[in-house]
Design a protein around this ligand. Structure first.
Ligand code: SF4
Length: 355
């Protein structure tokens, strides 16, 4: 361990990717980047990160914004619960912690949406706290180093992996609360997993810690980490009504468990053998949209979200009577602007319909 650490840290300092959130020690900036990167690739997250900070440069600015403005800035990144947690977290920090990220792991970890990973990442990088991180990259590296058949998705394995990560953080063996290398160490482990110890075809020949890797020594790298059984994909059917006027589309606010608060054209989930028109009319009626005619465009848009594969039938709506007024549930949105946070599916439907 005494020579493994300097080897990895030295490699990291020479090879680190120059990313915007690595040029700062501001815990707010680090927190934002960590939340964005949890389910988003670096290349996709970077412009969002820069735009988000330009719009909400401080925790106070984020806390003072409306949740709709925050969601609109997040639109297209997916996993919108992250944006809601950021907003709620910023409000709690302004209200209860003087507008700064608390450096105490227990206090920070009690904020909305802040789990153990986020605590370790933000406090080690922002404050030098000797706390571990564990994500898919770190778990893969640890599983291979130790040749341990541990998969992060299995709760019992995750507990063991956390224990391994904890023991490796600089300062941990002496029980230090902080260490100047703790943040770099965590990022180095994640960076190794992201760029060298990749899921398929890891570049062991240029790995800075190959000497300490048991799976490599045994020629069994491909077996680690074990792959837990994949969850089956569920096929769903949905119909949506597309109303367009003056370059705007009629959208309604989603409710329910997924993507709550985002905007999407009115629609309805369908059983596999069900006709779409009557339930779609009923869904429209419940929003006060009556006196319309609906025509199947024949367009089918496929969208995958978590383990659901949704086939969406696009129906064109036209008014036969008076248009409904915009309300808190129904607005005309410019699909190209960020004024309303549309779901990725809504954007796909508009793009498909516009050819
Ligand atoms: S030697 Fe290969 S398997 Fe082992 S940590 Fe390095 S890249 Fe990963």
């Amino acid at each position: 361990m005494e020579s493994l650490r300097p080897a990895l840290l030295e490699w990291f300092r020479q090879n680190r990717r120059d990313l915007p959130w690595r040029r700062t020690r501001d815990p707010y900036h680090i927190w934002l980047s960590e939340i964005m990167l949890q389910q988003t690739q670096v290349a996709t997250a970077t412009p969002y990160y820069e735009r988000f900070l330009a719009r909400f440069p401080t925790l106070a600015a984020l806390a003072a914004a409306s949740v709709d403005d925050v969601l609109a800035e997040w639109a297209g990144l997916g996993y919108y619960r992250r944006a809601r947690y950021l907003h709620a977290g910023a409000q709690a920090m302004v209200r209860d912690h003087g507008g700064v990220i608390p450096s105490d792991p227990e206090v920070f970890g009690a904020l909305p949406g802040v789990g153990r990973y986020t605590v370790g990442a933000v406090l080690s990088m922002g404050f030098g706290a000797a706390l571990p991180v564990l994500d898919g990259n770190v778990a893969r590296v640890l599983s291979r180093w130790a040749m341990a058949p541990l998969a992060i998705k299995r709760p019992e394995d995750a507990r063991l992996l956390w224990g391994m990560a904890e023991a490796l953080v600089p300062g941990a063996e002496r029980g230090d609360e902080t260490h100047r290398d703790a943040g770099d160490w965590n990022v180095a482990l994640m960076e190794l997993g992201a760029t060298v110890c990749t899921p398929r075809a890891p570049a062991c020949e240029r790995c800075p810690v190959a000497t300490w890797c048991r799976a490599r020594a045994a020629g069994r790298v491909a077996e680690f980490p074990p792959v837990p059984e994949a969850r089956a994909t569920e096929s769903l059917r949905r119909a949506v009504a597309l109303f367009e006027a003056n370059g705007r589309v009629l959208v309604t606010r989603r409710e329910g468990s997924m993507l709550t608060g985002l905007w999407e054209m009115p629609g309805v989930d369908l059983e596999q053998d069900m006709g779409a028109s009557p339930p779609l009319r009923r869904a429209l009626g419940s929003l006060g949209v009556t006196d319309v005619s609906l025509a199947d465009t024949g367009l089918r848009v496929t969208h995958t979200i978590t383990h659901h594969r949704i086939e969406v039938e696009v129906w064109r709506g036209t008014w036969t009577g008076k248009r409904p007024r915009a309300s808190s549930k129904l607005v005309w949105a410019d699909a190209d602007a960020r004024e309303h946070a549309l779901t990725a599916l809504a954007r796909k439907v508009v793009e498909a319909a516009r050819g």
